[in-house]
Design a protein around this ligand. Structure first.
Ligand SMILES: NC(=O)c1ccc[n+]([C@@H]2O[C@H](COP(=O)([O-])OP(=O)(O)OC[C@H]3O[C@@H](n4cnc5c(N)ncnc54)[C@H](OP(=O)(O)O)[C@@H]3O)[C@@H](O)[C@H]2O)c1
Length: 171
């Protein structure tokens, strides 16, 4: 299973001001288009409970797998699709989803889930969209990750957003 992390970052490196701060409020239209297109291409999104709550409803046209203790914690939005809840370790989850026929997974945050997959060595590619904002404080992309080397694959600007693509060099 191929995986990619996808995140919008402020110029000072934050993904949110706090755990219920939705990126929908501050990320650009160009990034919104990129996020929708790339995650629909993957067909499978994996995220944590706080991110699911911040996005309010399942992302349409994609399988939504949420790290949470129970489905009761999530809002019910049957008309928009289903959330699936998991507590599996990332290796087991990806193996199970691969058996279901998925070939690519989008790791959609937040910091807890990005860190869990990165530390498990399960992120192949990182898409970072740098937005023209400074928050000063908030949630970083990762929570105390170990040092890792990346390879820059591409840089692109659209409107005021800079799109960076990295591969993670697994040692
Ligand atoms: N800028 C961006 O691109 C971007 C992308 C994604 C998210 N965000 C933002 O980041 C913030 C959320 O990040 P976050 O790190 O606070 O939260 P998160 O990663 O979305 O979710 C973390 C929560 O998921 C649950 N969880 C994690 N591992 C679990 C496991 N193994 N089993 C069961 N439940 C598990 C836990 O819930 P419990 O505490 O209930 O156990 C944990 O608190 C939000 O503001 C969101 O909008 C920004």
């Amino acid at each position: 299973m191929k995986t990619f992390l996808i995140a919008a970052l402020t110029a000072d490196g934050f993904i949110a001001k706090n755990s219920d701060h939705s990126p929908l409020i501050w990320r650009s239209e160009a990034d919104r288009r990129f996020f929708i297109g790339r995650t629909k291409e993957a067909g499978l999104v994996i995220m944590g409970l706080n991110t699911a709550k911040a996005s309010k409803k399942p992302l349409p046209g994609r399988r939504n797998v949420i790290y949470a203790k129970s489905a009761e914690e999530l809002p019910h939005w049957k008309e928009y699709g289903e959330w699936e809840v998991t507590q599996e370790n990332p290796h087991d989850l990806l193996l199970r989803l691969e058996k279901d026929g998925h070939r690519e997974a989008a790791i959609c945050g937040g910091a807890t889930i990005y860190t869990m997959f990165l530390e498990a060595g399960l992120i192949d590619t990182m898409y970072l969209s740098v937005e023209p904002w400074i928050f000063g404080q908030g949630i970083h992309l990762f929570q105390n990750p170990r040092e890792q080397k990346l390879k820059l694959l591409s840089v692109r600007q659209e409107e005021e957003t800079v799109f960076l693509e990295y591969s993670v060099l697994h040692s």
